[in-house]
Design a binder for this molecule. Structure first.
Ligand SMILES: Nc1nc2c(c(=O)[nH]1)N[C@H]1C(S)=C(S)[C@@H](COP(=O)(O)O)O[C@H]1N2
Ligand SMILES: [Mo]
Length: 337
């Protein structure tokens, strides 16, 4: 495991606020983000003891969820010797622009998201379209625990134990037609409960949309998650249903999904629409292709603080090359960033 000790300038928070750069009134007005961004950092919890759960209400876990809990013990597991990120950090340092642009905003504001009842629409190029109540939608699937690295395009990362099921299992259920080439995911749009969608300054054309090529979605690593850390998803992490594609930058992993469409054309995705020269459709983690405004060669692994930034080398495909590199044989990953 390579650990690089950074120079002070290596990975300043102020360099690395790319996504909120487009959303924040302050940055649009040209104000400096540096002080504000550091101020917004949560204080890191020291140990992964039970007290870190204190201010994240689990809510009433629905029956279907309890019945499906896997028996594995995430507490004891690691990824190649990398520790699981404390729950507190994973739930208080979030990007979920529907609830604000600062990292602490989703934890503060996502309580207003109403996750029950929840329904998911399946449409487009499928043999079995429909609208399903979440508990019916979930019926065919067994939950599996997946401990994955999450690498944000902003050059920070975590290790999160998810619970979910492979998208390939969903595709088997809905029966894509021969015309289906991509899968498109849409987040809830509800300005009443999502203050970010009411902001006149955000450049996002809501709802938040993401997509995958069908063969990417079929890869066994690509999952839809309904839980993390042995419990259901907290709202700020995309309850009740989100995508997790660990070899891609975090913005691909769209939260709070209400619609899944099989389509014949590459979908127009949120970040590509905002700044196509900075955020591509593929968004595979790639330490050799820098973002126009900062390097992607390394990352801050949370918990990370001013005095122990915890910098590590970023791995190609976020370390999942063995499983996914063959999806991109013959593609120029410099062009298809
Ligand atoms: N709907 C929606 N999904 C989203 C986002 C968002 O703003 N809205 N942010 C993305 C980004 S940039 C990242 S890094 C991850 C963060 O997931 P986490 O907060 O669970 O760590 O969610 C992604 N999914
Ligand atoms: Mo991100």
């Amino acid at each position: 495991m390579l650990i690089k000790s950074p120079s002070a300038s290596d990975c300043k928070e102020s360099d690395v606020t790319p996504e909120s750069f487009y959303l924040s009134r302050r940055s649009l007005l040209g104000g400096s983000l540096a002080g504000l961004a550091v101020g917004a950092l949560p204080r890191w919890s020291e140990a992964s003891d039970a007290s870190q759960y204190a201010d994240v209400e689990p809510g009433a876990a629905p029956g279907w969820f309890k019945d499906k809990l896997p028996t594995t013990q995430w507490q004891a597991m690691t990824v190649k010797g990398e520790a699981i990120t404390p729950f507190k950090d994973a739930t208080h340092y979030n990007n979920f622009y529907e609830f604000g642009t600062d990292k602490g905003d989703p934890a503060q504001n996502a309580g207003s998201l109403k996750t029950e009842p929840w329904s998911v629409v399946i449409d487009g190029e499928v043999g079995k379209p429909g609208r399903y109540a979440l508990e019916d939608f979930m019926k065919p699937y067994q939950l599996e625990e997946r401990i994955y690295r999450l690498r944000c395009v902003e050059a920070w990362s975590m290790v999160i134990p998810w619970m979910g099921f492979p998208i390939s299992a969903l595709l088997k259920q809905v029966e894509p037609t021969a015309n289906a080439k991509y899968i498109r995911f849409e987040t809830l749009q509800d300005p009443k409960t999502m203050p970010g969608q009411r902001s006149g300054f955000a450049l996002i054309d809501w709802p938040y949309v993401e997509g995958l090529r069908l063969d990417e979605a079929m890869n066994p690593l690509a999952i839809l998650a309904v839980g993390m850390y042995g419990r259901e998803l907290p709202n700020q992490n995309g309850a009740p249903l989100r995508l997790v594609v660990p070899w891609k930058y975090g913005f691909k992993s769209v939260k709070s999904i209400v619609r899944i469409s099989l389509v014949s054309e590459q979908p127009k995705t949120t970040w590509q629409s905002i700044a196509a020269n900075e955020y591509g459709f593929y968004a595979n983690v790639n330490p050799t292709v820098d973002h126009p405004r900062w390097t992607q060669a390394h990352e801050r692994r949370l918990p990370s603080g001013l005095f122990s930034p915890n910098i590590r080398q970023t791995e190609m495909f976020n370390g999942y090359g063995e499983q996914v590199a063959s999806l991109y044989t013959g593609m120029d990953l410099r062009k298809n960033y």
